[in-house]
Design a protein around this ligand. Structure first.
Ligand code: ARG
Length: 295
């Protein structure tokens, strides 16, 4: 009798798959966006760190309950914002475009994300890691949101990503892009103010965009699919949401937004992400989708 040879590792993701970064090295110790509150963190670092661990666990559970698979890599000491892997790169069609960060505080994350992507290459799950041209910054999927309904990527630029990044993304992945200038430092990544739902609805915060940006959104998305986030929704980081089928995972929302999404057939899974909101991040930027296909 022969023993079955174990099957080789699958070379494709078998479910929607998100990269998460374990938060043991997370803290809020500097300020590179107006939401960051190192003073509040410093009042009770141990308490916040414990809360961060349980918030991270809840996020993983919510994603799995929504049908996702989760890949967790370790963080790195001295790189607290690595818990936001959406900024580490863009992964489309099995190719990873490695980020380049605007602020020195986060620049050390790029080699760490490169190592994570190389790990997926070694497992046969990703084909290659691509580098940005010299001088260009681009903060990953935080500024590049794939819209499967319209077959294009919405790209943000301004506070973090260079104005030239959208064109490079378009060329690299051979996709159509829409360029949205981010008008304020409060909404420094596109994912803080713009979210595409699986049915093609767009949840967005109009005041984060310039007049041209708002016009472009309205020209591309029919009015019945536009959902405006309130000031409160935006400040709670609810626009920074992860949607899978009919589930939307987001930082604890107000009832109004839950109702609006329910009417459109979505179920909201709220996760208390307060310790991460102290750094200006929510559910979407704590994840990086690895299995997206553009065609
Ligand atoms: N403190 C981090 C920063 O300012 C938060 C990043 C959140 N990421 C995001 N894609 N919104 O860079």
């Amino acid at each position: 009798m022969t023993t079955a040879i174990p099957a080789s590792r699958p070379a494709t993701f078998l479910a929607p798959t998100f990269l998460l970064v374990e938060p043991s090295h997370y803290d809020v110790s500097y300020t590179i966006n107006p939401w960051m509150q190192p003073g509040v963190w410093a009042e009770d670092p141990d308490g916040h760190r414990r809360e961060a661990q349980s918030a991270f666990a809840s996020l993983g559970e919510a994603l799995r309950a929504a049908g996702a698979q989760v890949e967790i890599v370790d963080g790195v000491a001295g790189l607290p914002d690595m818990v936001f892997p959406a900024n580490g790169g863009i992964v489309l069609d099995r190719r990873a475009l490695l980020a380049r960060f605007r602020h020195p505080q986060r620049q050390g994350e790029a080699p760490a994300f490169r190592a994570a992507f190389e790990g997926f290459v070694a497992r046969g799950l990703i084909d290659e890691v691509i580098t940005l041209p010299a001088g260009m910054t681009q903060e990953g999927a935080g500024d590049c949101i794939w819209d499967r309904t319209r077959k294009l990527a919405w790209t943000g630029y301004g506070p973090r990503s260079s104005p030239g990044a959208p064109a490079f993304i378009a060329e690299t992945f051979d996709i159509e892009v829409r360029r949205l200038e981010l008008a304020t430092d409060r909404f420094y990544h596109l994912d803080t103010c713009f979210c595409v739902l699986p049915g093609g609805e767009v949840l967005y915060y109009p005041r984060a965009f310039s007049r041209e940006g708002n016009a472009l959104i309205r020209d591309t998305v029919s009015a019945d699919l536009l959902i405006e986030a309130s000031d409160d929704d935006a400040a709670r980081f609810c626009v920074n949401a992860v949607a899978l089928d009919r589930s939307v995972v987001m930082a604890t929302p107000a009832e109004r937004l839950v109702g609006v999404l329910r009417e459109r057939g979505y179920t909201v899974s709220p996760v208390a992400l307060d310790p991460f909101i102290l750094s200006g991040g929510g559910a979407y930027c704590m994840t990086l989708r690895l299995d997206l296909r553009t065609r």
